[in-house]
Design a protein around this ligand. Sequence first.
Ligand SMILES: Nc1ncnc2c1ncn2[C@@H]1O[C@H](COP(=O)(O)OP(=O)(O)OP(=O)(O)O)[C@@H](O)[C@H]1O
Length: 273
Amino acid sequence: MTPTTGEGAIGLRGASIGYGDVPIVREVDLAVAPGEAVAVLGSNGSGKTTLARGLLGLATVLAGEVTVLGAPVGRLRERGRVGYVPQRHTVSGAAPATVREVVSVGRLARLGLFRRLGAADRRAVADAVAAVGMGDRMEDPVASLSGGQQRRVLVARALAAEPELLIMDEPTAGVDAASQEALAGVLARVSAAGTTLLVVTHEAGPLAGVLHRAVVVESGLITYDGPLAGAQAEPGGGHHHHEDAGQPPGRPGYRLDQPTVTPPSARPRTAGA
Ligand SMILES: Nc1ncnc2c1ncn2[C@@H]1O[C@H](COP(=O)(O)OP(=O)(O)OP(=O)(O)O)[C@@H](O)[C@H]1O
């Protein structure tokens, strides 16, 4: 199991995250316990991707604290413990690469540099590709695949590393209904096995059976943190609850429509602990 330090899988405390010196996500608090499956909702440009990228060291933590698997962001030794499916669906790299090669690179993230894939690793690669329904395209160049198929390969690349924390940015965007359903099944299995999921999405619907908690980000603040159903009940995923405009600006205005259960591992340690 994850050797937690009491920090949980993800911890943001008064965290501002942005680019250059411009904060996009502002003074946000968030605690995700190991094994939770959390949707990150919100309108375009609200800061969802920036929040996710901040967890990966791809956006700058400008204030506060951000911890991932118990370590300050960027300090985690074993990078393979965190998987990432980026928003852009193009598979990078100029060299023509097959599905097998791209997903194998994902597996290598777990092994570290200069290690070779053994039989178990090759099996994990094949399993990950099969899990996203691309088993019959193993030797095809990724560049020859459709956008939605490339997205599924990126999901397989992340799955192949068997990460403890899987961060996905719009994994279902441009993916057909059947493949979304298949992805939901895969994520349900991965979640049941204890992997923590953080999924940025506009359409939590296809993954509603997997994601039990939602966080709504609006204008860089977390405006809702609670059960997914409560967030979905709001028009557009929770954009329009500014009727309580009395909130002081600049502080995370939690709107806990439903009580949020803070898992014991996510609670601040008591003095003397
Ligand atoms: N690399 C960057 N450098 C500077 N500003 C950026 C960068 N990436 C994003 N931004 C800005 O940060 C803000 C939030 O963008 P972000 O991508 O986090 O939003 P989002 O909620 O994920 O939106 P969407 O739903 O459209 O994907 C936007 O105003 C955007 O212009």
